[in-house]
Design a protein. Structure first.
Length: 255
C-alpha cells in the first residue's frame, strides 16, 4: 500500500472514529443523565476529549491527524498540503463521517441514518462556530510550531473546553457537522442549519490560518544556523524536529 493510501485510510478511519465517539457518547450520556442536560454535556465533552487524544496520538503520525476539512484547508493555505491531496483528504473525511454515524447508531440500536430535528441557528450560534474554529486552528498551528509533541493534548483540551464556552457546543468541523445532521440524537443539528455552521467554520479557520501563520512564524537565524553550545539542548531540538516531521508527514506529498 502506498504512503498516500495509508494517509487517506488514516484520515477516513480517524474521522469515522471521531464521529462515532461524539455521537455514541452523546447517546449514552443522554440515556443515563435522566434529563440532566448539563450532566449529559459533561459526559459527552469528556468522552470526546479523551477519544480525540487517542486518535491524534495513534493516527497523527500517519496522516497528520486532520479529521477535519477546515484543518486540511488550513494546511493547503499554508502550503504544506498539495491541492489534490487536500481534495482527497476532504473526500475521505466526509465519507468517514457518514460511516461514523452508522457505526454509532448500530451500537445503540438506532436507525442507520436519521435526519436531526434539533435547531441550532442564529447569529450567536454562527459566531460561536467561527470563534471555536478560529481557536482550534490557531492553537493547532501555534503548538505544532513550538511544542509539536503536545498537539494531541492541546487540541483535545481546547475542544473539551469548547463544549462549554460556546453556545453551539463547538462543532468546529464541517465533516462532523454534516454527520450530526444525520443523527436525531443528543448531538444532532437540523440539515437546514448546516450551511450556516459550515460557512462560519470555514471563515474562522481561514482567519486563524492567516493570523497564526504570521504570528507564530519563527525568524530565520542571522548568518545561518548557529551551532548548539549545549548538548542537551541540541538533543532536545533534534527530538522536537523529528516529532514535527512525523506529525507533518500527512501534510506533504509523499508519492
Amino acid at each position: 500500500m502506498s504512503t498516500r493510501a495509508r494517509r487517506l485510510v488514516a484520515e477516513g478511519l480517524g474521522t469515522a472514529l471521531l464521529v462515532a465517539i461524539v455521537i455514541g457518547s452523546g447517546i449514552r450520556a443522554e440515556r443515563l443523565a435522566a434529563g440532566d442536560t448539563a450532566l449529559a454535556l459533561l459526559a459527552n465533552s469528556l468522552a470526546t476529549g479523551a477519544g480525540l487524544v487517542a486518535l491524534l496520538v495513534s493516527l497523527g503520525p500517519v496522516s497528520g491527524g486532520h479529521f477535519n476539512p477546515v484543518v486540511s484547508l488550513s494546511a493547503l493555505v499554508q502550503g504544506t498540503l498539495p491541492p489534490r491531496d487536500a481534495l482527497r483528504y476532504v473526500a475521505v473525511q466526509l465519507a468517514g463521517a457518514v460511516c461514523g454515524v452508522m457505526a454509532a447508531h448500530a451500537m445503540f440500536g438506532e436507525p442507520a441514518l436519521a435526519w436531526s430535528g434539533q435547531a441550532r441557528t442564529g447569529a450567536s450560534m454562527w459566531w460561536s462556530e467561527c470563534v471555536a474554529t478560529f481557536g482550534l486552528v490557531g492553537v493547532g498551528i501555534g503548538t505544532l510550531r513550538s511544542r509539536p509533541q503536545l498537539v494531541p493534548f492541546v487540541v483535545a483540551g481546547y475542544i473539551t473546553a469548547g463544549y462549554w464556552f460556546t453556545s453551539s457546543t463547538s462543532f468546529a468541523n464541517p465533516a462532523l457537522t454534516i454527520a450530526c445532521a444525520l443523527t436525531d440524537t443528543f448531538t444532532g443539528i437540523r440539515p437546514v442549519d448546516v450551511p450556516g455552521f459550515v460557512l462560519a467554520q470555514l471563515g474562522g479557520g481561514l482567519a486563524a490560518t492567516l493570523v497564526f501563520h504570521w504570528l507564530c512564524r519563527k525568524p530565520a537565524p542571522a548568518g545561518g544556523a548557529a551551532p548548539a553550545s549545549n548538548p542537551a539542548r541540541a538533543d532536545s531540538a533534534t527530538t522536537a524536529a523529528s516529532t514535527r516531521r512525523s506529525w507533518q508527514a500527512g501534510a506533504t506529498s509523499a508519492d
